[in-house]
Design a binder for this molecule. Structure first.
Ligand code: AHR
Length: 317
């Protein structure tokens, strides 16, 4: 599904020659910088692999930088790509804000920036060419709908949030809140960030279970890795994950499926990290000066223990 305004990225005239020399043979090899926010959950590793694989398939030289979850490192990586004169930049941004100055540098250098997986907030949308991402609000809503059905609209919920300020953390929270609003007996009794990481999800759940243990009937985690950490904490507290505490999360990575097959994780809302092909199609279009959608929304599905075993062999990440 394509959404939002159709615009033309106008900052790419200089690069059009490079591109026309490249993809269909001849000329100079295309060079693309990819700034990845980090590598410490299954989803992000899969996204990096998808982008690396697609670059290799297309004969594109990929300059890769892992910012190790540090925003200043990510900004420095983009400045460095600009200084190296890459043809285009693919950016998986940590948080929504703080990008304007570096994106202005890229625009001045006529280097198109393709955003993947997370959106940003800028006053001038021409600072990036396009965004390819899931609808995180819809994912949160799907998680809430599933949980409402499973619990008959009655649950005391711990919410494990993603990285503060990151689009999926903000939007998945909103979507879930919207979804449970119709159910007065579904309450979020505690919410804390687990930073999209297994270890942090475990640590936060341990603390929250100590505080609210007997009241907790469900956990909503903004990603599978935090849910998997929560499952470890629930077991350590002597409770049965998937039975005494119902767990719903987002991503649907292989490890999430394995946990559903074991009867621990109850439900995973899909968020695909396989964005490489779409990202490089966007690079091509931006470099050619083609018109294209400002945002491409990736479609996601919902899996639970009833569908996990059948789907597991098909999972690519
Ligand atoms: O932006 C996508 C989210 O970020 C994924 O759900 C999560 O696992 C990742 O770190």
């Amino acid at each position: 599904m394509l959404a939002a305004a159709i615009t033309t990225f106008t900052g790419c005239d200089k690069k059009a020659d490079t591109q026309s020399a490249n993809p269909q043979g001849g000329g100079k090899k295309l060079v693309v910088g990819f700034s990845q926010v980090g590598a410490d959950n299954d989803w992000r590793v899969a996204e990096t692999k998808s982008i690396r694989d697609e670059a290799a398939k297309r004969g594109i030289e990929l300059k890769y930088d892992d910012a190790k979850d540090d925003m200043s490192k990510q900004l420095a990586a983009i400045s460095s790509f600009i200084a190296q004169g890459v043809d285009a930049i693919i950016l998986a941004p940590k948080v929504e804000t703080g990008w304007e100055p570096v994106l202005k540098e890229a625009k001045a250098a006529k280097i198109p920036v393709i955003l993947v997986d997370r959106g940003i907030k800028v006053s001038d949308e021409s600072l990036y060419a396009t965004l390819i991402a899931s609808d995180f609000v819809a994912e949160g809503k799907m998680a809430a709908d599933w949980l409402a059905k499973k619990t008959g609209g009655k649950a005391n919920i711990i919410e494990l949030e993603g990285t503060p300020g990151a689009a999926p953390a903000i939007d998945r929270k909103k979507g879930f809140a919207d979804g449970i609003a119709a159910f007065p007996e579904m309450k979020i009794i505690a919410a804390q960030s687990g930073d999209f990481k297994t270890a942090k999800g475990k640590e936060v759940t341990e603390t929250l279970l100590q505080k609210h243990g007997k009241d907790v009937t469900a956990i909503y985690a903004h990603n599978d890795n935090m849910a998997l950490g929560a499952i470890e904490a629930i077991k350590a507290a002597g409770k049965k994950p998937g039975q005494e505490i119902i767990i719903v999360s987002v991503d649907a990575v292989k490890a999430g499926f394995e946990s559903m097959v074991k009867g621990e994780l109850n439900c995973a809302v899909e968020c695909t990290p396989l964005l490489g092909p779409a990202a490089f199609d966007a690079v091509d279009m931006a470099l050619k000066g083609d018109k294209f959608d400002k945002k491409t929304v990736v479609q996601d599905r919902v899996f639970d223990q009833s569908s996990a075993a059948t789907e597991l062999p098909n999972r690519k990440y």
